[in-house]
Structure formats: C-alpha cells, structure tokens
Design a protein. Sequence first.
Length: 111
Amino acid sequence: MNKFELYCMVFYVLDAEWDENKNPQLGEFLSGANPFLFDDIGSADPTIYEKFCETVDDCITVENSYSIASKYIAELKNEVVSSAFSTIDETEWIECVKDYLSSEHKGSDSK
C-alpha cells in the first residue's frame, strides 16, 4: 500500500462521515484535502498532502495502515476531523482497505 492509497482511504472515511452529518468544518477540511480534484497525485490544497507524506511512514501494509492513519489524524489536532475518523474501527477499516485495493483506483501505480 502506498502513501497516496492510504491518504485516499482517510479521505473516504472522513467523506463518508461528512455525508452523514454535513459538518461545515469537516467539509472545509475535505475541500482542501480532496485527492480527486486534479489528475495528479496530491490534494486540492497541495500542502495537506505534502504534510501527510511527511507525517506517515513509507512502510505501509494493510495490517498497519489503521494505526498509521490514526497517528496522522491525531497529529492534525483537529477535533472535528478526529471525531469523524473515530467512526470507523480497525476491523471495518481493514475490510474497506482490502476492498479498495482490490479495485481499480487512482494512484495504484504511485509511490
């Protein structure tokens, strides 16, 4: 699993929670964090993805991806984002990651 795939998974979790509660602060974060706005690998606000890449380890596996994502979320020090991410547990996360990685997706060839 590469950094961009992990980043997209974090985005998907947060976006799913935004779909449920329409929290404006979460929506604002997601607007800048959107990895699908442009064709390249990154985010709508490039500094968000750059900071993510600086924060997370290079060695990402399905098994450790939840803890790496959780660490990134904690380091944001954003209660709204942390609360949104807490809606998924590790078991559900791993199931979602396996499903995501088994389907065609943006960034599957990126490092």
